[in-house]
Design a protein around this ligand. Structure first.
Ligand code: AMP
Length: 191
């Protein structure tokens, strides 16, 4: 089995692209944000634990997130691999992922980043907020705070994965189809 990490700031298009890529490569798509939102909606213990952080656009603590991710992987060992979206977001999560993949004999085929500048992304998220129903998509201060979290905690992962020779970047500006094409071109070289 393989694992691909889709990387990129909030609004970069990870979720949209994951919908195509999971079909094309027969992968289980795990979006940690989606799993947290599902648990929040259903009032589970995990949802309650995550709520305070999510409502403030802060990262949920690593321990909670890592346990949740490991559970999701455990439940979905039936496809050709995994497409992770929104995980890992810290070095600690990346280290935990590495250990988990090793234990499950899953190869990290690569991490692919969707790149776009912040102003375009903020505009996209505000647009998405009109229909997504997500409070964190509707408040510009919260959106900006998610970028602060990204720059402080997640951006160091670029070097982390570059050093392991598994980091690839793709231009995230263009039509959905164009970007799917760019991502597929990279992923085809990894699998
Ligand atoms: P997203 O849908 O990826 O933008 O995530 C929405 C929110 O869920 C984030 O602002 C965090 O509060 C939480 N979250 C999602 N993924 C993670 C993660 N890997 N680590 C910590 N918090 C996360």
């Amino acid at each position: 089995m393989i694992a691909i990490v889709l990387f990129g700031k909030p609004g970069a298009g990870k979720g949209t692209q994951a919908e195509f890529l999971k079909e094309k490569y027969n992968l289980t798509h795990i979006s940690t944000g989606d799993v947290f939102r599902y648990n929040l909606k259903n009032g589970t213990d995990l949802g309650k634990q995550a709520q305070v952080y999510m409502s403030e656009a802060k990262l949920v603590p690593d321990e909670i997130t890592i346990n949740m991710l490991a559970n999701e992987v455990e439940k979905n060992m039936d496809k050709d691999g995994f497409l992770f979206d929104g995980f890992p977001r810290t070095i600690k999560q990346a280290e935990a992922l590495e250990a988990l993949l090793k234990e499950k004999n899953i190869r990290l085929a690569g991490t692919v980043a969707l790149e776009a500048n912040d102003d375009i992304l903020v505009a996209r998220i505000l647009e998405r907020g009109k229909t997504s129903g997500r409070a964190d998509d509707q408040d510009e201060a919260k959106i900006r705070y998610r970028y602060t979290e990204y720059n402080e905690n997640t951006a160091p992962l670029i070097k982390y994965y570059q050093d392991k020779n598994v980091f690839h970047a793709v231009d995230g500006i263009g039509s959905i189809e164009e970007i799917t094409g760019r991502l597929s071109k990279v992923i085809d070289t990894l699998i």
